[in-house]
Design a protein around this ligand. Structure first.
Ligand SMILES: [Zn+2]
Length: 373
């Protein structure tokens, strides 16, 4: 687990298991912490960064807010050593039908989306169930939550989502499912998506999917799928989905950002974890507001200096998920990034087993101009 630490989370390959695994919690000795929404348990050999409990616990109200749902009962998240993780081979985490999320990662938030929906009795259909988990998980490899996971190489269009809708979990393309669910949430909000999922149940029959889509959206699935494939203007902004990092505390914006600090696992706003033989990404997130309107854009340079392996990601907390406007820079790098007015996030990523000092400078150059459509 030590290669390319900025990608450790990877695409959240996960599965749903029926309850009745041979390893019950009574068999395991676990450290536990109870928050408002989540009982967090971990193998004693795994070292949590100080902010992990809060990062996990606060994720549940974020999901509820995005989907306009009432709170579920207390959820259970378990960060376990691989040797006691009872998930299918090759996956990072899994969730039982009674809402217990287990993972080899300190915060595979993807699983908490499953746990939330399952405990609220929202049925699991593979394409829509995985799609919603991918969309709301802030870490999907180098990609960012609701932002599309890229076009197929060599094309100007996105993959047709329809063939994937009838597949089982193990056959799914999580990126296509997540991108299409992002598209639906952005254009039509959460209510219709949840109506679709409740009505559809677990069916993977295309005739049933088309009919249920028609009832939930008063639209033809074929028409929406075609718009997804070729692209559509960013017009009907429902305010969702946004990246979880956009709920982080806001720092002042005096016209630029000049920040310095330490990314230290011992700090209360740093999430992550490590053990004697493995380490995971650590992160700290914050937000800032550029006080012009979204109609105006300014070019900025993002410069990062650090004593350790740091990457800084920046992007807007608004706008359609198929328009990529994120910027990122690693230590000793300067990146150009065009930012419109409005709320933005900044995520600082590093290694949980290393304390790194950093400075981040975000400075404008040149006048503002109308935001390209
Ligand atoms: Zn999943």
């Amino acid at each position: 687990m030590s290669t390319s630490h900025f990608r450790l989370q990877g695409i959240s390959i996960s599965t749903l298991l029926f309850v009745g695994s041979s390893c019950t919690p009574e068999d395991l000795e676990l450290n536990s912490w109870q928050g408002e929404h989540v009982l967090y348990e971990n193998s004693p050999s795994l070292q949590l960064c100080q902010g992990t409990h809060r990062w996990v616990d606060d994720f549940v109200p974020f999901v509820l807010d995005q989907l306009e749902l009432e709170a579920p009962p207390l959820l259970d998240y378990r960060w376990l050593e691989r040797s006691v993780l009872h998930c299918p081979d090759g996956v990072n985490g899994c969730t039982t039908f009674d809402g217990v999320a287990s993972s080899a990662n300190p915060f595979l938030l993807h699983e908490l989306v499953h746990a939330t929906l399952l405990t609220l009795d929202i049925p699991y259909q593979p394409f829509f169930g995985e799609g919603i988990a991918v969309t709301l998980d802030p870490l999907n490899g180098d990609d960012l939550g609701p932002t599309y996971l890229g076009r197929p190489i060599g094309t100007d269009t996105y993959a047709d989502p329809r063939p994937w809708m009838t597949m089982q979990t193990e056959e799914l393309h999580y990126g296509v499912a997540g991108s299409f669910v992002s598209f639906l949430l952005y254009r039509h909000g959460p209510e219709k998506l949840l109506a679709l999922m409740r009505q559809l149940g677990t069916s993977r029959d295309m005739t049933v999917i088309e009919q249920t889509f028609r009832e939930a959206y008063a639209l033809e699935l074929d028409d929406e799928a075609e718009l997804f494939i070729v692209g559509t203007p960013c017009t009907a902004d429902t305010g969702v989905p946004v990246l979880y990092d956009c709920t982080a505390p806001e720092v002042p914006w005096p016209g630029n950002l000049h920040l310095s600090g330490e990314l230290d696992c011992a700090h209360e706003d740093v999430a992550g974890g490590f053990s004697t033989d493995a380490n995971w990404s650590s992160l700290r997130s914050m937000t800032f507001t550029i006080p012009t309107t979204a109609d105006w854009t300014t070019d900025f340079s993002l410069n990062v200096e650090s004593t350790g392996p740091i990457m800084v990601q920046i992007g807007p907390c608004f706008g359609c998920p198929w328009r990529r406007r994120e910027g990122a820079a690693r230590a000793s790098e300067t990146a150009e990034v065009a930012l419109a007015g409005g709320l933005h996030y900044m995520r600082i990523l590093g290694r949980s087993d290393t304390t790194s000092s950093y400075t981040v400078n975000l400075d404008s150059h040149g006048p503002s101009y109308p935001t390209p459509q």
